[in-house]
Every structure is written in structure tokens, then in C-alpha cells.
Ligand binder design. Sequence first.
Ligand code: HEC
Ligand code: HEC
Length: 348
Amino acid sequence: MRAPLLREKKSWFLLFILLFAVPVTAFTADDEALITRASQVLGPLPASMPSAENPITPEKVTLGKILFYEPRISVDGTVSCSKCHPIPLYAADGLRKSIGHNCTENPRNDPTVFNAASQISEHWIGNRTSVEDQAKQSVIGPPAFGMPSYESVEKVLRSYAQYQALFKAAFPSDKEPVTVDNFAKAVGAFERTLVTHAPLDAFLKGNKDAITAQQKKGLAAFMDQGCVGCHFSPFVGGQMYQKFGLFAPYWEYTKSKKVDEGRFAVTKSENDKYVFKVPVLRNVAMTRPYFHDGSVDKLEEAVWIMGKIQLGKDLPKEQVQDIVAFLHALTGKIPEDVMTVPLLPSLE
Ligand code: HEC
Ligand code: HEC
């Protein structure tokens, strides 16, 4: 009696599969293939960007975050890391060129510090070896804090009892913990935690609705057209140097007023003329203007220029828009604890 009923149920079930499930599986198979392909070149994003020389500890991160907001170690008392890398604005100032102490203009545009510690080096031309090296040199950097010497920075920090205690807690085995090297380590440890998770990461983990159909098209185009040849790794860049303008001089397209010789300034090798670090593209939709000199305002234009002079391709408008949509899927959420502004030590 029960067997035919069962069989009947089974046929209904089969009909259901034929009508609905087949198109659904075909669609997910595409997503599955895209996820597999993208994971090989882009994923997965780590929780932090550790370094063997400077292990991340909670004490260093706490101190580093406070120091990130400290303007009293600048020659005119107005410059802190957060002045040029404001956290709520995705840690970039939005200016063509940043402004340091006494309104000094910086030679280049400022990149975000989010995800920056993942790179082979720091700065557009790779003239800083790590985030620690970058932090240390910026306090005496003429267009940044402009302090006359490392000693002058240490003198300011040592005058605050609270800094002495915070440095002692972060570097317990040091006889004199308040040094510029430890300043750099603390700020560096803070920066090494600044990883931003974005919709792309949810998609690569298998949440197929985390990004839109257009963003999926853009991701596929980003790989098919060869952008990933340079912008690869979970951070979508930061792993190699490349000439800006492989198919034409870059300034003809960016309309830059001044030509920057790039890494040539570091190595003095002819091969490094107009060579720059391939930038990280995470949060790129939030950090205009674009390129090392901030010469281009619109992301659409930056993407089209990339196609033209890095790949020798005139990307159609629609594809540029798909790629831009994909780049928006790299906009991460700024963690709550990173957003809170710390209290600075005061003189007792
Ligand atoms: C006066 C503005 C200014 C201040 C202050 C400043 N920066 Fe920057 N920062 C810049 C500019 C401009 C660049 C790009 C320099 C270059 O490539 O030549 C940069 C680059 C960086 C980079 C490299 C990013 C990359 O992708 O290569 C890091 C990291 C960074 N800054 C962190 C910091 C920290 C930490 C502090 C505080 C100790 C700080 N900055 C203070 C303007 C500033
Ligand atoms: C041959 C290597 C290479 C390829 C291929 C390449 N890029 Fe780039 N990309 C670079 C370099 C180098 C820069 C930095 C240029 C500069 O400002 O000096 C850059 C910069 C960018 C920027 C500006 C980022 C910022 O923060 O200012 C965007 C956006 C970008 N690329 C997107 C793309 C897209 C999209 C593609 C594919 C259509 C692509 N790139 C292909 C090397 C490459």
C-alpha cells in the first residue's frame, strides 16, 4: 500500500529538481568556479599582519594607538599620524598631497595605513622597509613631524609619567623603555592589527550573496584582463614594484604636472625609472584621489588608465564600471575598537 505513494512522492521530487534546482545549481556552479579561481590569487585574508621582529602584544597595541594621535612630538605641535591618516576617513587624508608641520607640502599622495603592513615595503617608492621603519623616520621627516632629532622626541615622551608607565608595560625587559625605536614598535604593532574585512572576503568564504552580480562580473574581469598580474595577494596589491606606464608615459594620461622618477630615487638604476610599488587596492573606493601624486580624482578614470597604460587595452566603459563595482566590494568595515579615539596623557 505504501510503496506506490512513496514512488509518487519521489517523482514529484524529481520534477521539482528538474524545474527549479537545475538552474539554481548551474548558477552556483559559476559562483563556485569564481570563488575557487579568486581564492587562488586573492584569498584568504589573515586576521593580522604579524612580524617576527616585532610581535604584536595588547600592551604595544594600546600604546601604539595612543601614539598614533600624539601631536606633541611634532615641531609645531599640530602633526600626528592621525592628522594625515584620519581613521574615520579610511586612514587617508583625501588631499592630492598631504600637508605636514607649518603647512609643508609632501612630495606624494598619502595611502591608507589600513592593511599597509602587509606589503613588501612602505611608501610609493619603497624607501621604507617596514611600518616600524616608516613610523621611526616620519618623526624627523621634514614634511611630516619635522622634529630636529630622535632625542628631542624621546625628551617630550619622557616628560609624561603616563607614557613612562605605558612604555614600561609594553617593553617590560628594557632598562630605558621610552625610546624612538620602541615608539616605532608600538605604532607598528598597532598598524599590524589594521586589517579590514570586506564583502569580498565573505564571498570567498562561500557567502554567494555577499557581493552583487555586477561585482562578480567585475571580479571576473579583474582576473581575465590581467589586473591580478600585479594586484594579487589577499590585500590585492603591495607585493611587487612595476613601471607606471608600460605602454605609454604615465603623465600623458594622468596629466601630472611634475614627472616623478619613482624608485630610481632609491636604487639609482635606470630600470627603476617610473617604477612604483603596486598599491594595495583594499578600501580604494574610499581613498581618492588616485596614483602616487593624487593626479586622478575618479576611480573610473584610474581603472581605465590602468587598462590603457599597464595592459595596453582600451577597456569598454561597461567593463570599467563592473571593475569599479568590484573595487567597492573591497571596502571593509572599520572595527569598532579601531574607531574609538584614545585619551592622550596629560602633564600631572
Ligand atoms: C604630514 C602628513 C603625514 C603624517 C603626519 C604621517 N603620514 Fe604617513 N604618509 C604620508 C604620505 C604623504 C605618505 C606617502 C609617502 C610616500 O610614499 O612618499 C605616507 C605613507 C605612509 C605609510 C605607507 C603606506 C603604503 O602603502 O606604502 C604608512 C604605513 C604611514 N604613512 C604611516 C604613518 C604613521 C604611523 C604616522 C605617524 C608616525 C604617519 N604615517 C604620519 C603622510 C603622512
Ligand atoms: C603591470 C602592473 C599593473 C597592472 C597589470 C595593473 N596595475 Fe594598477 N597599479 C600598478 C601600479 C604600479 C600602480 C601605482 C601607480 C602610481 O601611482 O605610481 C597602480 C595603481 C592602481 C590604482 C590606484 C590606486 C591608488 O590608491 O591610487 C588602481 C585603482 C589600480 N591600479 C587598479 C588596477 C586595475 C583595475 C587594473 C586592471 C585593469 C590594474 N590596476 C592593472 C600596477 C598595475
